[in-house]
Each structure stands twice: as C-alpha cells, then as structure tokens.
Design a protein around this ligand. Structure first.
Ligand code: TPP
Ligand code: MG
Length: 422
C-alpha cells in the first residue's frame, strides 16, 4: 500500500479463510462447520500490500471491508454477491452487542421455563442469532418481517424490548401481545413485524400478501418471510412462491435451515435438502447463517434484487439450534452431543463476532467484557420487570378477537341491517 494511502487512513482489513473456501460444498454441513476463521493481516501491515480500501467516516466510525469465508452458492443468479462485505467498527460491535443480548435472553428464558415462570410452548433461538442480527443491518423497519413461532429474537431485531419478550413469555400485560399470546406470538406493528406464527408455514403466504401491498402501493420496500427446513416441505410455500414469482412480488423467502424439524433431520424429511434451489424458477442463495456479515450481505443483495422489480428470491441460511425443538424436547435423542459441541466450537455466531472484534483489535478485552456486563444487566432487569408486571385483566380476554362489524358495508350491504322478506 502506498504511503499516501496509508496516511489518509486507508485500511483494508481482510478476514478470510482460504481453508473454508476449499472445504465448502453445497451439500455438506459438516464440511464447513470445520472451517477456521483465519485473519489475514491488515493489508497496510501486509508486505504484499495488494488492496486499498475505505477510510475514516466523518462521524469517527472506522469503515472496514471483510471477506467472509464461506462462499455464497447461487441458483439462477448470474452474479452472486461479493464475498467482501462493507461494514464498520461500529456495525460489528453493534452486531456483537445485539447477538450477545439475544443469547442471554434465550438462556434466561430456559431458566425461567424450568422454574415454571414461563409455561406453554417455548421455542428458543440460541444458535441462530446471526440470521436476525445480519438481516436487520440490511433492512429498515419499513420493510416487513413475518416468521414462525421461533420469534423472540426476531422481535428484538425489530426494535422490540427485552421486557416485551420476557413479559409475553410469562403471560404478563407488558408483553408484546399484552401477555395473551405467549412465546409464539410476538408482534410489533409499528416496526412492520407481523409476528410469530404457530402453524408451520402459515407465514409464507402472509409474506406474499405483505409484498403484494408494497408492489400495489409502489413502495420501495421488501417483505421477508422466514420459515424452517421442515416448513420448506409445506405446500403453501410453493403456492405462495408461485404467485410471488408470477407477479414479481418483492419478497425474500428465508429458509432457516437449522438441520432439524422437531426431531427429524433434513435428510429424512427432504428429497432435496438444497433449500436455496427449492424455488425452482425463483433465484436462490445459500448463505452461512452463522456469519452475521454474510447474512447482511445476502440480504442487501436480495433487497436490491426485489426492489428493482426482479421478483422473489430464496435465501437458505445454514444455521443450527442449540436447544431442543421446544422446551419439551431435550434435543439430545436424535443428534449427538459431539455434534452440538462441535458447532459451538467452530461456528458459534456470537463467538465469531467476538473473535472478529479481538482479531481486528476493534476493542480492548475489558471493553468487550463491559458490553457483556451491560447486556446481562439489561436482561436481568427485563426479567425482574416482567415478573413484577401484572397479568392481563379478564376484560382483555376477548379484545382483539372480533372486529365490531356493525355499520361496515360488505358489497354494499350492512350485515346488521334487517331486510324485508319478499
Ligand atoms: C401445519 C403444522 N403441522 C405441524 C405442526 C407441528 N410442528 C410444530 S414445529 C414443527 C417442525 C418445524 O420445523 P422447522 O420448519 O424446521 O422449524 P424449526 O422448528 O426448526 O425452527 C412441527 C411439525 C404445526 N405447528 N403446524
Ligand atoms: Mg428446522
């Protein structure tokens, strides 16, 4: 790198893993969970000095470019997104902070469930945090999101508070749905988050409807419908995708492939577990869903694709859930402990962000510890406030169940009007 470039603060940070690229194959999960996240030295320190990039932002943030190690695999896409992701010091720290908080919140939910503060259904998201964290770095809250029952962290990603999640889990009035929905029913209308859905796959046609509204209103936004690998076998997904493709709807279908639907491994439930190809005529991308930066890049690419009028796209997020399917599943009868431990050691999304911060020297270790402490405090306070929150009163039981249709005319007729019999 030239002296001039160096003096103007140009920095190119390249965190790459040639080994991971070599290991990557489209079918094998275990090939790339072995990958090592190798940092190649900062180029201004690198005697080869091949590339220059970027500069200090006016707000003092440090612009960075990071090469993500696992290759995007494309289906029906001529030019897949670049492996080199534009980011910044602030963004990486922010992603780590959010992912760490999500992890703590899910661990707290596990404890509260076991001590019976939380009852009923409860599906935890730990292991999958990078999907939501990376996604939100490429979207705005004007874009719509709809997901499955595994929705606690999606709510946080949409700007919801830990108290809204915790109180909802405990059936308290400060919850996202006033304590009347529970774990599967987070909802945040003001951030265009259309919820948690308990019926497997139900969110996929809802997503098409949301995308239809954007297209109809000529709004330059995108709808995101997230579903699991199990849900990927649902008929309604194909019906919705067909319509979305016919009408070029701006929708990103996100298959969160955590490799199991309840206790069934993908190889046993899907003839083709290449979910990014399952849209057939719909373009698709396979993404390392444990790498928040890769996720952000894929969403940025997809949003541009959809908003430019090219229609839907499928993103397969290769990810993993650490907990069982729900709290009634210990999660250890259909997979080995070694498998879970291996993923934690090699691919954990929170640890990868921490490692990035450490390797690039973005923060001192004590500063990272301070972030963790602050996030733990936020979660602890949310738990205490949720416990102190009242249960909804009985007059809320029927609220939001029925719309008062008096004086609403359907096809010119008021359903409540009496008509003479002729
Ligand atoms: C229509 C329907 N069928 C079955 C169920 C029961 N069920 C709940 S979750 C689930 C597995 C879904 O797995 P996946 O789509 O991979 O999502 P994950 O739980 O892994 O996030 C099943 C069969 C349901 N809720 N709805
Ligand atoms: Mg699954």
């Amino acid at each position: 790198m030239s002296r001039a470039a160096r003096s103007s603060g140009l920095k190119f940070l390249r965190a790459s893993a040639a080994a991971a690229l070599a290991n990557n194959s489209e079918s094998s999960f275990f090939n790339h969970h072995r990958h090592r996240f190798v940092q190649i030295p900062r180029l201004f320190d690198d005697p080869r000095g091949r590339r220059t990039m970027s500069s200090e932002k006016s707000d003092g943030d440090q612009k960075l470019q990071i090469e993500v190690p696992v290759k995007f695999i494309a289906h029906n896409i001529d030019t897949p997104p670049s492996q080199i992701v534009d980011t910044s010091k602030k963004e990486i720290i922010d992603m780590f902070t959010q992912a760490y908080m999500m992890r703590r919140l899910e661990i707290a939910a596990d404890t509260l469930y076991k001590s019976k503060f939380i009852r009923g259904f409860c599906h935890l998201y730990d292991g999958q945090e990078a999907v939501v964290v990376g996604m939100e770095k490429a979207l705005t809250h004007e874009d719509a999101v709809v997901t499955s029952y595994r929705d606690h962290c999606t709510h946080l990603g949409r700007g919801g508070t830990p108290l809204e999640v915790m109180a909802e889990l405990m059936g308290r009035f400060d919850g996202a749905s006033k304590g009347m929905g529970g774990s599967m029913h987070m909802y945040r209308r003001e951030a265009h988050f259309f919820g948690g859905n308990g019926i497997v796959g139900a969110q996929t046609p809802i997503g098409a409807g949301l995308a239809f509204a954007y297209k109809y209103n000529k709004q330059p936004n995108v709808a995101v419908a997230m579903y699991g690998d199990g849900a990927a076998n649902q008929g309604q997904l194909f019906e919705a995708m067909n319509m979305a493709a016919l009408w070029d709807l701006p929708i990103i279908y996100v298959c969160e492939n955590n490799h199991y639907g309840m206790g069934t491994a993908i190889e046993r439930s899907a003839k083709s577990p290449n979910y990014y190809k399952r849209g057939d005529y719909v373009p698709g991308l396979k993404v390392d869903g444990m790498d928040a930066l890769a996720v952000k890049q894929a969403f940025k690419f997809s949003k541009e694709h959809c908003v430019s009028g090219k229609g839907p796209i499928v993103l397969e997020m290769d990810t993993y859930r650490y907990h069982g399917h729900s709290m009634s599943d210990p999660g250890s009868t259909y997979r080995t402990r070694d498998e879970i431990t291996g993923i934690r050691q090699e691919r954990d999304p929170v640890e990868r962000l921490r490692k990035l911060i450490n390797d690039l020297g973005l923060l001192e270790p004590a500063e990272v510890k301070a972030i963790e402490k602050a996030q733990r405090k936020i979660v602890d306070e949310a738990v205490a406030a949720a416990k102190a929150s009242p249960e909804p009163t009985s007059d809320w039981l029927t609220k939001n169940m029925h719309v008062d249709t008096r004086n609403v005319r359907v096809r010119g007729v008021d359903a409540y009007a009496s008509h003479p019999v002729v």
